[in-house]
Design a protein around this ligand. Structure first.
Ligand SMILES: Nc1nc2c(ncn2[C@@H]2O[C@H](COP(=O)(O)OP(=O)(O)OP(=O)(O)O)[C@@H](O)[C@H]2O)c(=O)[nH]1
Ligand SMILES: [Mg+2]
Length: 400
């Protein structure tokens, strides 16, 4: 995993495409009716993190990917927006499950729900507060595991026989078999430990397999994006979601973020994505002022932010537990071979060794690996040293 992929999933008409548009500023259709999105869209969204350049006393940095605003480094991740889901999708209802194919490789799921309760189970508009948003998360998890179960059962019998007779370790065979679903070894081991199914795969009942898949879906990194919090009464929905699920719930207004970013792009306001306020730069007309005042009052002052950047950050930094490391060529000037200052902020899982980090840049760097230099301290680091968040590293290699 180099650039993590985050998948926007959820019921139809809850604001997945609005979230996608806000986070990527890529125009995608978003309307108040079910099934607006049909084909998946992939775009680049940005995490927000304090850049290391101010602490080094540097005026600025020169990101090649992403950007840096007022000391905040914006680090790219991939985001995929897909069609919405309705109950029964895993059995082919609505648009069925084809689109789940687009998210099965996602490293983390952003489950978007309408916290204001103004869309029914089928995605039709209803008065706010009339639909329980918890139902949508339950259905999503059920349909997702139902679909995964259908994929896995296809030739399960012959697979199970082969593993049992070959003497292969079940967890390893399952890991290979589930490789297309972005399932981690640790998750398989944990699921097996917790459920304790028969050690021979061919002895598993259908129920064993179903429970195993459900557990994997439960263990998959995820964030609940409690969207439409600008709507009156959404607090109740947010509370209910927090009560029921052990996953982080981020109150979000995708539409507010989209408006703020567009206004900032048009030069009307200064707004750094993820901020808790904005500054007017120009005289706004009556309508613009009214819209922005509503956002300030009903979203920023009430919830602290629009939640879009916070949801992305939560998924990558907390759920995927990734850290940021800056590779450089010159450990004194913190530059690459072209003289660019801190050109790259690379995301790697916590627990990555310095040599694995080198390999994530280029296999040759790892093959000829000699040592690394921690550019902040000048310390020499060996291959097995673990990278730390915000480290600046120069890799010294006999190759390249
Ligand atoms: N009030 C409010 N409305 C929102 C918000 N986000 C999205 N909407 C509205 O909700 C409706 C659905 O938004 P979409 O982004 O098309 O929803 P979707 O989940 O992509 O829907 P499908 O592609 O049809 O599955 C649109 O009318 C949006 O303007 C929000 O944060 N607040
Ligand atoms: Mg959509």
């Amino acid at each position: 995993m180099v650039t993590p992929l985050l998948g926007l999933v959820g019921k139809t008409n809850v604001g997945k495409s609005a979230f996608f548009a806000a986070a990527t500023l890529v125009e995608v259709p978003s309307e108040n009716r079910p099934f607006v999105t049909i084909e998946p869209h992939v775009g680049v969204a940005y995490l927000r993190k304090r850049c290391v350049h101010p602490e080094l006393g540097l005026e600025k940095c020169d990101p090649m990917d992403g950007f840096c605003l007022k000391g905040w480094r914006f680090i790219p991740v991939k985001l995929v927006d897909v069609a919405g889901l309705v109950p029964g999708a895993s059995e082919g209802r609505g648009l069925g499950t084809q689109f789940l194919d687009a998210v099965r490789r996602a490293d983390a799921l952003l489950i978007v729900v309408d916290a204001s309760g103004s869309t029914d189970a089928e995605g039709n508009p209803v008065p706010p507060g009339t639909h329980d948003p918890r139902e949508d998360v339950r259905i999503l998890l059920k349909e997702f595991s139902g679909w995964m179960f259908n994929q896995i059962t296809k030739d399960w019998k012959s697979f199970a026989m082969r593993v049992d007779t070959s003497g292969e370790r079940p967890e390893e065979a399952l890991f290979q078999r589930l490789s297309g679903f972005s399932v981690k070894r640790e998750q398989i081991i944990k699921a097996l430990e917790e459920l304790n199914p028969p050690s021979k795969l061919s002895k598993w009942s259908e129920d064993d397999l179903r429970k195993f898949i459900e557990k994997l879906v439960e263990l998959r990194p995820k964030v609940i994006v409690a969207n439409k919090v600008d709507v009156e009464g959404a607090e109740k929905g947010v509370e209910l979601l927090k009560e029921e699920f052990p996953y982080p719930v981020i109150p979000t207004s995708a539409v507010a973020e989209l408006i703020l970013r567009k206004a900032a792009k048009a030069g009307l306001i200064e707004y750094i994505p993820g901020d808790s306020d904005f500054k007017e730069l120009k005289q706004l007309d009556h309508k613009q002022k009214k819209v922005l005042d509503v956002i300030r009052k009903k979203v920023l002052e009430k919830w602290g932010s629009t939640g879009v950047v916070q949801a992305l950050n939560e998924a990558v930094f907390n759920q995927l537990d990734m850290v940021v490391v800056y590779p450089v060529h010159d450990a004194h000037k913190f530059t690459d071979t072209e003289g660019r200052v801190l050109p790259e902020a690379r995301l790697v899982p916590r627990g990555t060794t310095v040599k694995e980090f080198a390999a994530s840049i280029h296999t040759d760097l790892a093959k000829g690996f000699l040592y690394a230099i921690d550019a902040k301290t000048g310390r020499k680091l060996g291959a097995d040293h673990l990278v730390e968040d915000n480290m600046i590293l120069k890799i010294v290699s006999a190759k390249r």
